[in-house]
Design a protein around this ligand. Sequence first.
Ligand code: BEZ
Ligand code: MG
Length: 576
Amino acid sequence: MSASTDRDRLVLDLHDRLVEIEQRLIPTGLHIFGKPSVGSERADLLRMVASFDRPETNARALPALVAEGLNLKKLPTPASAPPTGEDEARERDRIAAIVSGAIETFLGGGIDAAALQLQEVAGVRAQDSLPVLSLLEKISQQLETNVEIESLLRALRGQYIEPGPGADIVQNPAILPTGRNTHAINPYSVPSEMAFAKAEAVTDRLVERYLSEHGRHPRAMALVLWGLDNIKTQGEGVAQALWLLGVRPVRDGLNRVTQVEAIPLAALKRPRIDVVMTVSGIFRDLFSPTVELLDRAVRLVAGLDEPLHQNYVRKNVLEQMEVAACEFDDAVVRVFSNAPGNYGTNVNFMVMDSQWESEETLGDLFVTRKCFAYGRDSRGRPIEGREARVAMDRALTRVEATYQNIDTFEIGITDVDHYFEYLGGISKAVEKRARARPAIYLSDSLSRDAKIRTLEETVQLETRAKTLNPKWYEGMLKHGFRGVAEIENRVSNTFGWSATADAVDDWVYTEVAKTFLLDEAMLRRLRDLNPHSAHSLVNRLLEANGRGYWEVDADVLDQLRDIGLELEDQLEGVAG
Ligand code: BEZ
Ligand code: MG
């Protein structure tokens, strides 16, 4: 392999990563209640909407139309596999530029002007571009007219609020106009046929990723399932759990998913993977029949007469029955949630308040909150939140990988504390019980070809795309006091991934310190806008070092301590 080929590959890889970061940056600022999005923000949003086929409105993805119009052989997919060569990378950039240009023209001059431009520069026929442009027009109009404040007032008066589907705009433009109530979906429709079809590719990638890194299939995985996510995706997370087990949903005469059937091993072409599912309280409440379905799926698979090396559920259940001298019903429990009427893991609160000594406590807290079993026993009697700590502990001893499906364009794993409380919490619980840190994976719906990333990769990507990206933090700082709080929050959520999964590299904290605190001008801005959050940020970084998550030169720590003291003085009103 020549040096220039190596160099070419490196450059392509770099190009690919930059594109990935660029596509990640939505939204750039906070939403202001009642205010429509404007300018470049709206252009970014429309560009993302236009990059997907919308069969429901006969609209094809704009990048694909442009590629066809230009007679390119291969259709590009955003954030998909790396370009195969420099030519392809150049073609992709060219397509992206044409698409962005068309959207600018649309925003300035309407759909006819944009259609004409696409015809002239890329040979896209108007009859092909008009469906997607009309969709953009509709979305653009709906973004102008939100009823958020009016709906809030109606809610406060106890009046009716129109319901609408829940999702983000890119995923499902039908959520517009905003300011409506998210409606739930019929749990018996879950997973939808589309969700089940889509989940196959994601699950394949997930299993392949583990296989490529560990040389064999995972024998058991722990999955996090959330309610709203499964509403938005019609049950993608549920479908992924079913695929891992190697079963498919079966609909009854009323078209309700009430049963599952095993996919034959010959068709599955891999072992059935044991799956421990922790479902949120919201999921438990909204998807009661689905909880039963998942439990039924595990029981079905555990009962299949198959070679144990092809059916890890059966293998693990039989082993557990023997080792622990327990009944099938005790060994087969795999669906866990909070006690009835309870929600959340509290792991986030414990981390945020710094009220813990060893990381083990975080995993133990997760299990304490989530060790309640749901489903039906072998005699068909409902199990509705029975405390099953021992069963959960045992099930987790075999887990080798943990996973959560990420389905949104808007919220990442360092935007809110819920991802680390759940996926981090379960991973820490597994680490103690299995005596090994699990591999931790997330999916990424931004890419149409079902990308799987490790937790570490995802933290790095979000750090580069948002935390350290001037486009992101300047967008936040436009909001003044709240913006500084958002920056501090994001760093604390990142810290949550150190605490629960040791998944944050030293450079992340070093660059945060350099960008926000060691830069005098920036420090002054943060201090003027919100000294409380600036102070918390300093303390969080010092805590990261104190707990062993961040190795850095002593002089950096000294500087941070000094800054912390100055901020303290300021907060206490001591003249500086
Ligand atoms: C849920 O929809 O299940 C959920 C929402 C927010 C935090 C955790 C779970
Ligand atoms: Mg480290």
